[in-house]
Write a protein that binds this ligand. Structure first.
Ligand SMILES: Cc1ncc(COP(=O)(O)O)c(C=O)c1O
Length: 282
C-alpha cells in the first residue's frame, strides 16, 4: 500500500514510473528528503521536518519549493491514506535537483507507506547495535562544508551498507563513531543516552543530523524536569550509561539492549518513562 502525490497536490499511481532516467536524483543521488511519521492524520514534527528540508536545500543550493507546496502534497497523501485500516504512515518528502541539463527546476513528490514489520519489531524488542567507524573527525563539517555532512541528502548508499554490515555481524543497528572515538549517530537515527536524570545527544556540529524525534523527546523531558545536554561523548560512555536509545521519526524512541555483543543497561521502566514523555506531546 502506497499513496503518492505530486508537488501540485494531485495524486499519482505509485506503481507507475515517475522520474525521468536523467533526473539527477536517479543518476547522482543529488537531492534531499525527509521522512515524517503520521499517526491518525497527525503529521508529527512537521515544522521541524520542513525546517530541516529547507536547511538541506540551502546546503545543496537546491531551490527547495516553498513550504506550502510540501504541505499541500503531504495533505493530499494524508487525505488519501486508509486510516481506518492503518493508523500509522511513514510520509516521505523527496526533492531532487531536477533533470540533467534542465532549467534547474527541482522535481519532487510526497509518498506515504506503511510502517514496516521490521521497524515494528525493533520498536517492540529493542536493538542489538554495533559501533562502526564513520571515518571522519568531529571537526570535518566545519573544515569541509562541501561534504554536506549535516544535510539529509538522498545519497544514503553508505548508510544502507553500514546497516548490511551490522546484519552480517548479527546486529540490527549501527552506532557510528568519529575518528576520535566519539559517538555520532545511526545511519537513520540519532543516539541518546541517559545518565541519572540527564539526557545527552551529540551536537550537530560533529556532522550529524539534528534529529526531530530527539528534539521532541528533549522538549518533553525538559518540561518533566529532566536536564538535557547536546554535547560530545565517547563511545565508552555507551557502556556506563543508564540507558541508550536510537531515535527517529518512524522508529520512535527505541532502546539498545546489546552493544558490540555485550548486554548494556536497558531498564524497561526508564524506557516506558521516556516513551511516555515523547508520546505526551501528541
Ligand atoms: C542520519 C540520520 N540521523 C538522524 C535521524 C533521525 O532524525 P528524525 O528523528 O528527524 O527522524 C535520521 C532519520 O532518518 C537520519 O537519517
Amino acid at each position: 500500500m502506497r499513496v503518492l502525490a505530486l508537488l501540485d497536490g494531485t495524486l499519482a499511481d505509485p506503481e507507475a514510473p515517475l522520474m525521468r532516467a536523467d533526473d539527477l536524483s536517479v543518476t547522482r543521488g543529488d537531492g534531499i528528503f525527509e521522512t515524517i511519521l503520521v499517526v491518525a492524520r497527525d503529521a508529527r514534527e512537521m515544522g521541524p521536518h520542513l525546517d530541516r528540508l529547507e536547511r538541506s536545500g540551502a546546503l545543496l543550493d537546491i531551490p527547495t519549493p516553498p513550504r506550502a507546496v510540501w504541505e499541500r502534497a503531504a495533505q493530499a497523501v494524508i487525505d488519501a491514506w486508509p486510516w481506518e485500516t492503518d493508523r500509522e504512515m511513514a510520509l516521505k518528502l523527496v526533492c531532487s535537483r531536477g533533470v540533467d541539463g534542465g532549467d534547474g527546476t527541482p522535481t519532487g513528490f510526497a509518498m506515504g507507506s506503511p510502517v514496516g514489520p521490521d521497524t515494528l519489531r525493533k520498536r517492540r524488542d529493542g536493538l542489538v547495535a554495533v559501533t562502526l567507524d564513520r571515518g571522519f573527525a568531529p571537526d570535518l563539517k566545519e573544515r569541509a562544508p562541501w561534504l554536506l555532512l549535516s544535510a539529509k541528502t538522498l545519497s544514503y548508499a553508505v548508510n544502507m551498507a553500514a546497516l548490511r554490515e551490522a546484519e552480517r555481524r548479527g546486529a540490527d543497528e549501527v552506532i557510528f563513531t568519529a575518528t576520535d572515538g566519539s559517538v555520532l549517530e545511526g545511519p537513520t537515527s540519532a543516539v541518546v543516552l541517559a545518565r541519572g536524570k540527564t539526557l545527552i545527544t551529540p551536537p550537530p556540529s560533529t556532522g550529524i543530523l539534528p534529529g526531530t524525534t530527539q528534539g521532541a523527546l528533549f522538549r518533553a523531558a525538559e518540561k518533566a524536569g529532566w536536564e538535557t545536554k547536546v554535547e560530545p561523548f565517547d563511545q565508552a560512555e555507551l557502556r556506563t550509561a543508564d540507558g541508550v536509545w536510537m531515535t527517529s521519526s518512524v522508529r520512535l524512541v527505541t532502546p539498545v539492549h546489546t552493544l558490540d555483543g555485550t548486554p548494556i543497561k536497558a531498564d524497561p521502566e526508564l524506557h516506558r518513562e521516556l516513551t511516555g514523555l515523547y508520546e505526551s506531546l501528541y
